[in-house]
Design a protein around this ligand. Structure first.
Ligand SMILES: C[S@@+](CC[C@H](N)C(=O)[O-])C[C@H]1O[C@@H](n2cnc3c(N)ncnc32)[C@H](O)[C@@H]1O
Length: 343
């Protein structure tokens, strides 16, 4: 597929169903061309969000957990299950990033058989040495551990039965990698999943702590946990992407997302203590910046004076990764900052 062969009317119809919420009424993929067009545009943009999340995991030095091997007391290479796979972009990004050789297989599932066909076919083409197949009903209904459960951009399409199915799968997962749009409602819904899964899992990202989600505390209803990924260089100058942005009503510069990475690795407590994370984007004013801060005590608005930490002030203007710091504070005023070191 390329910009010339793209069927723009298919994209218009998909956009309509995403915007009106009719995507929640059942499978909406009519032909493989629908998936091809989606994969080339909407799917690719979702891939850029996954790239940001995976890059962050690399900075944290994190890798997916294996599956327990009871007899040997060790771990085997994990299975990836891409649930609600659509064109399969998310599962492929994950397999590619950590290396397909580090997984035992890539399973795809969707309530659309066409989507599974597409995802299976492309997975096999891209990873010829990896087993790529549909997750069978027996596997989906079993109690078998799931090494890596991948979920991407499905939350606002699920009814109660589908949420129950996902809850059961999540309970079997050793690792959950979940990326959603950065909208207020979806992000807060994802936060609700974090709260329900918190007892069973460690929060790896985006949370710099294991405590209750501060955004969901009473009084914070207008806030949401979200971040911005950077599209690849050159997108703005690409006439195909520019046309896509205009026709789909999408600002190409802004790639908001929310996400959740959980694992069940034993024996370690999560990341180092005492760190905070900036949610959304810092707001810069003359000589100072305001940030919306998340740490284990909750969320709050803080202020950083340029003169107190000029390097950090500058870094917040042009962030090139997750904004995670250990602050020294005087009330709501940050007086100095230590960035989280890598790995
Ligand atoms: C917006 S697409 C996202 C596809 C893909 N995960 C991605 O990130 O590009 C949502 C996908 O979820 C699937 N889906 C919606 N409800 C589902 C359900 N109850 N069970 C399985 N798949 C579902 C849809 O068929 C569609 O392929």
């Amino acid at each position: 597929m390329n910009w010339e062969s793209l069927d723009w009317e298919v994209l218009d119809r998909l956009r309509e169903s995403f915007l009106t919420g009719s995507a929640a009424n059942g499978p909406y993929w009519h032909t493989l061309t629908d998936l091809e067009c989606y994969n080339f545009t909407y799917g690719e943009r979702i891939g850029w969000k996954w790239d940001a999340v995976l890059r962050e995991l690399k900075l944290l030095g994190w890798t997916p957990c294996g599956e327990p091997v009871e007899s040997a007391g060790g771990e085997s290479r994990p299975t990836i299950l891409d649930w609600g796979c659509g064109s399969g972009i998310a599962g492929r990004r994950v397999a590619d990033f950590f290396g397909p050789g580090n997984f035992s297989r890539l399973l795809v599932h969707d309530h659309s058989a066409l989507a599974m066909d597409f995802a299976e076919h492309h997975g096999r083409r891209i990873f010829p040495a990896l087993t790529v197949e549909r997750a069978g009903r027996v596997f989906l209904d079993s109690a078998e551990p799931i090494g890596v459960l991948v979920v991407s951009h499905v939350l606002n399409e699920l009814d109660e039965a589908a949420r129950a199915e996902l809850r059961a799968l999540a309970a079997r997962a050793r690792t959950i990698l979940w990326v959603e749009p950065g909208t207020h409602d979806v992000s807060r819904a994802l936060g609700g999943w974090r709260e329900r899964l918190r007892g069973q899992f460690r929060a790896i990202a985006p949370c710099p702590h294991q405590a209750t989600c501060g955004v969901l505390e009473p009084g914070n209803e207008r806030h949401w946990c979200h971040f911005f990924a950077a599209p690849p260089a050159g997108v703005y100058a690409d006439s195909g992407w520019v046309k896509f942005g205009q026709r789909a009503g999408i600002d190409l510069r802004s790639l908001p997302y929310s996400f959740l990475v959980l694992d069940q690795r034993r024996g370690t407590a999560g990341g180092p203590a005492g760190f905070s994370r900036i949610l959304g984007e810092p707001r810069h004013y003359k000589g100072y910046a305001k940030i919306f801060n998340c740490d284990e005590t909750g969320v709050s608005e803080l202020m950083l004076q340029k003169r107190d930490a000029p390097e950090i002030f500058k870094a917040l203007k042009y962030p090139d990764g997750p904004m995670i710091y250990r602050w020294t504070r005087n009330g709501d005023r940050i007086t100095s900052a230590e960035p989280r070191s890598e790995g």
